[in-house]
Design a protein around this ligand. Structure first.
Ligand code: ATP
Length: 261
């Protein structure tokens, strides 16, 4: 299918962002993510990847530029539309321990995002009925965790299990877009590849788009249809993954490729 025919989900236009004592961290960043698309964002540590993610998630303001979501300008939105925008987006970060409230059992933790919504049962669990414990158990099973863990606290499960729980929370509200910021870099290799396969399986089943941020080129290539390359706050290259070795790749992309040769 021609990707241009798939509706644009997120459009970021010419974003500039500086922190107080630093030159521009984001310098004219523009990108588009289409519905159902898996986009990778790669670049060395400190180039601005997480800042871009936080700006898209409205966790930080931008100095200039615009964000459009499903055709609507986000900055010009009223409170209701902003709430809807945020509700359409979820994030999974590198450190799952920091994302989970240590005082909540997994049952409460996995239900936290759904508890904010009026519709308490995700459509993909519509056969589940209204019982919280049943919904929570099904959500855990969707990410390969046993429902027997429901009464445990985060410190009673492994790092990989915590990251699965974060995924369960993210998918529970059926977001259109999930931003994954180095979601597997705190995990060891075997657990990492299990997690990546789980993400792919969930995306295939639920059809959300994702922006997958990583400094690991092979991982991004495995996980994504299209890759954006960031260098010193600018997007310097963009390609569908089959074109990674094309002769017109940006010198910085070629440098990244050479690191894995
Ligand atoms: N809140 C902040 N205040 C000041 N400077 C910041 C802040 N957050 C990030 N920076 C700086 O902005 C630059 C970009 O940081 P950012 O975390 O976005 O990069 P990154 O590409 O995600 O790096 P990493 O891969 O290591 O997470 C870095 O120089 C960082 O030190």
């Amino acid at each position: 299918m021609n990707p241009k025919l798939v509706p644009e989900l997120l459009v970021v236009q010419d974003i500039q962002k500086s922190y107080r004592k630093k030159n521009k961290v984001l310098d004219g960043v523009s990108l588009t993510i289409r519905a159902g698309e898996c986009v990778g964002l790669i670049g060395e540590s400190g180039c601005g990847k997480s800042t871009l993610a936080r700006c898209i998630m409205l966790m930080q303001g931008v100095d200039s530029g615009a964000i459009w979501f499903q055709g609507n300008p986000v900055q010009a939105s009223n409170r209701e539309s902003l709430k809807r925008y945020k509700g359409q987006m979820q994030a999974v970060f590198q450190n799952p321990s920091a994302a989970l409230n240590p005082r909540l059992r997994l049952l409460e933790s996995v239900m936290e995002p759904l508890d904010q919504l009026e519709q308490k049962v995700p459509a993909f669990l519509k056969d589940c009925g209204p019982d919280r414990r049943e919904i929570a158990g099904k959500l855990l099973e969707c990410v390969g965790l046993s429902r027997e863990l429901l009464d445990r606290y985060p410190h009673e499960i492994s790092g990989g299990q915590k990251q699965r729980l974060c995924m369960a929370r993210a998918i529970s509200v059926e977001p259109a877009l999930i931003i994954m910021d180095e979601p597997t870099s705190s995990l060891d290799t075997l657990i990492q590849s299990e997690m990546l396969n789980l993400l792919k399986e969930l995306q295939g089943r639920l059809a959300f788009s994702y922006l997958f941020i990583s400094h690991d080129l092979p991982v991004v290539q495995y996980m994504c249809d299209r890759v954006l390359v960031m260098h010193e706050g600018r997007l310097v290259d963009e390609f569908v993954k089959e074109e990674l070795f094309a002769p017109d790749r940006h010198p910085y992309t070629r440098q990244l490729v050479a690191e894995y040769d």
